[in-house]
Write a protein that binds this ligand. Structure first.
Ligand SMILES: Nc1ncnc2c1ncn2[C@@H]1O[C@H](COP(=O)(O)OP(=O)(O)OP(=O)(O)O)[C@@H](O)[C@H]1O
Ligand SMILES: [Mg+2]
Length: 338
């Protein structure tokens, strides 16, 4: 039985959909390996082990900045997930559509394709979908319409901003900045302001619990435990929501500048449509409280966070898999899909 399978292999999370079955997997892009190099955990279980494995074991994230940073680990992860989902093997051969960031190099793009082929048992039937197109479809943006629509996907390791107009992307840009860089900024802040060393996982917890991008979305405090960088002792402190804003401000500013740089590329005839339509925001980092207000103020246009923004790309991929004709034709990044 052939199964049409869609994949969003993101820096933070791996999401898989199967035509007719919906989203069947949504867990961290993480894999844990034993001393023999064999994978023994993936997804949530592996993510829990990052930064806390004994010396002979390792737990890793095989993507960084939106692209594959460790090919073999990625193949191991995806192979395990395909097996778990019953998508690997002679009888159930998946036909795979994988979404790729727009603006990556050919080598980086090929890595996505090769990982999928290797993981699914050597099948070569592939479609590469441009992520902004999948995101737009997942956000309900009319990709066949004739009015330019602006969409921004702020993920874990990259931010992609695109203007979509009748069957194509007319302006776009990508920066390798996302939620990971916000976490790193919180790590730096704790070190510089409190002399406390924390890991990225703890920084992410702070961001999720107390993070705020705008004064209007002030949140509570968060109790942090970490190691004093001078004494080595474990110490506790409290970080306020306003401090997360201070910590993240520079990275958020770079995201603003990136979106502005894409707006500058819009053909003049389209500008009015784009400004009128506003910005559709998706990706997990779109859930950061106040990010929509910050962008609204800094860009001078309406900003709407789409429903369930982190799943926009995989939702769109699922819709594309279930569609025929024009939609399939416009989203394909080139390769044929049967
Ligand atoms: N409620 C929230 N507040 C702030 N950030 C959040 C929230 N929920 C998720 N995130 C962040 O969203 C990011 C993950 O987003 P997403 O799932 O879109 O990434 P991804 O698709 O795996 O990565 P990429 O597309 O960059 O390769 C993480 O950095 C995570 O911390
Ligand atoms: Mg993504």
């Amino acid at each position: 039985m052939d199964r049409k399978t869609g994949i969003d292999l993101g820096t933070s999370r791996l999401r898989v959909c199967v035509k007719g079955r919906g989203i069947v997997y949504d867990e961290p892009s993480a894999a844990a390996f034993g001393a023999d190099g064999e994978l023994f955990a993936h997804g949530d279980a592996a993510a829990r082990m990052i930064g806390r494995t004994p010396p002979d074991l390792s737990a890793v994230r095989p993507l960084s900045g939106g692209v594959i940073s460790n090919f073999e680990n990625c193949v191991s992860l995806l192979t395990a997930v395909f097996s778990k989902l019953g998508l690997r093997g002679v009888i159930s051969r998946p036909k795979i559509a994988v979404s790729v960031p727009n603006g990556i190099t050919e080598v980086e793009c090929n890595a996505f394709e090769n990982v999928c082929v290797a993981s699914s048992g050597g099948r070569d039937v592939m479609m590469l979908i441009k992520q902004p197109m999948a995101a737009a479809v997942g956000c309900g943006v009319d990709v066949l319409g004739t009015r330019g629509r602006l969409i921004c996907d702020i993920g874990g390791g990259n931010t992609q901003t695109s203007v979509i107009l009748y069957k194509g992307i007319v302006a776009s840009g990508m920066v390798r900045i996302g939620g990971d860089q916000l976490d790193d900024a919180i790590v730096r802040y704790m070190k510089d302001s409190y002399n406390i060393a924390i890991g990225r996982q703890t920084a992410e917890k702070i961001k999720l619990a107390a993070g705020s991008a705008h004064t209007v979305t002030e949140r509570g405090e968060y109790d942090v435990s970490g190691r004093n960088i001078f004494t080595g002792q474990v110490v506790r402190t409290v970080i306020r929501s306003a401090e997360t804003r201070e910590a993240m401000s520079e990275v958020l500013e770079r995201i603003v500048e990136h979106i502005k740089s894409v707006l500058e590329k819009i053909p003049p005839e389209l500008s009015a449509d784009v400004y009128e339509g506003g910005l559709t925001l998706c990706g997990g980092t779109a859930l950061l409280p106040g990010i929509d207000m910050l962008l609204r103020e800094r860009l001078g246009m309406e900003v709407n966070v789409t429903k369930d923004p982190a799943r926009a790309v995989i939702r769109g991929t699922e819709t594309i898999l279930g569609s025929a004709g024009e939609l399939l034709e416009v989203v394909s990044a080139g390769d044929e899909f049967i």
